[in-house]
Write a protein that binds this ligand. Structure first.
Ligand SMILES: C[S@@+](CC[C@H](N)C(=O)[O-])C[C@H]1O[C@@H](n2cnc3c(N)ncnc32)[C@H](O)[C@@H]1O
Length: 263
């Protein structure tokens, strides 16, 4: 399923740890997200429902890749006493405050929003906030656009999951993305299957696609080769994982995966 072409809409700068937002940051991204709210609504609701089942032990949240919180649920954020949000993009904080600020004030949740390469500084963040729950909010699937080499992206993803060992965390991220057929592009994607992450082979290879995943590909209208976002090994074996589809544009869909990893 992997291909090398990158969807122009999501291409990030090629310099590792560039510290600057790609096309999923910047005012143009927020303009697009604002325009796409209706098309994205079904996925936003699915994410909200999934988050509703995520009830971490901590009352502190580190929200990484928060952007403007375009697909984030205010109701879920309200369960925390403090939310520390991070994004590379300087336009994100005001948008996030505009979208979620009132709800957070109502629940007396403190919001601190910082422009930071939070993936690079993840070890420091985890040390500084040792009890906080961490949510990667559609950011881990973007690492393949940050690095020139695929193995460098894979190595960073691996380092991130190693750093998180023993911590309670969750992630929603792109697994694959690509074009869909004309009939699928008209339909609102249904919620995908809920599965358990299967273990790697003894040699360390990732498992093949399951029957449910293959059926899911057909349901969401996968056409041609889809881009592999290299996140297949992010969640540990045994973690329940929810599949979802995101109609990014009319012809382009993302296969999202969401899971809550308990400490
Ligand atoms: C697809 S968007 C996230 C969308 C967001 N969750 C929402 O609901 O609107 C990905 C975001 O991750 C941010 N990002 C990418 N790499 C990052 C990093 N290393 N540290 C912090 N933010 C990062 C991008 O700037 C972008 O705003």
């Amino acid at each position: 399923m992997a291909q090398t072409a990158q969807p122009a809409d999501l291409v990030m700068p090629s310099a590792p740890g560039a510290g600057a937002p790609g096309a999923s940051g910047g005012w143009l991204w927020h303009w697009r997200a604002w325009q796409a709210q209706v098309r994205w609504a079904a996925t936003t609701q699915q994410i909200a429902r999934w988050l509703g089942g995520v009830s971490p032990g901590s009352t502190e949240l580190l929200l990484i890749g928060a952007s403007g919180g375009w697909m984030m649920s205010s109701a879920w954020l309200q369960r925390f006493r403090s939310v520390r949000a991070f994004d590379l993009d300087r336009w994100s904080a005001p948008v996030f405050r505009y979208r979620h600020g009132a709800a957070l004030q109502q629940s007396r949740t403190t919001l601190v929003y910082q422009q930071l390469d939070a993936l690079r500084y993840l070890p420091q963040l985890l040390r500084t906030y040792p009890d906080a729950f961490v949510l990667f909010d559609n950011v881990l699937g973007q690492l393949r656009f940050v690095h020139k080499r695929i193995d460098a992206a894979e190595a960073q993803l691996h380092a991130i999951t190693r750093t998180l060992r023993g911590r309670e965390w969750a992630s929603v991220h792109d697994a694959y993305s690509g074009r869909v057929g004309a009939s699928a592009s008209q339909a609102t994607p249904a919620l995908g299957p809920l599965q358990t992450v299967r273990p790697r082979s003894v040699a360390g290879a990732l498992p093949q696609f399951s029957i449910a995943e293959r059926q899911w590909c057909a349901q969401i209208g996968v056409q041609g080769a889809w881009l592999d976002h290299l996140t297949a090994g992010v969640f540990p074996a045994g973690t329940p994982i929810q599949h979802m589809a995101w109609s990014f544009s009319r012809e382009h869909r993302h296969w999202l995966q969401a899971a809550w990893v308990r400490a």
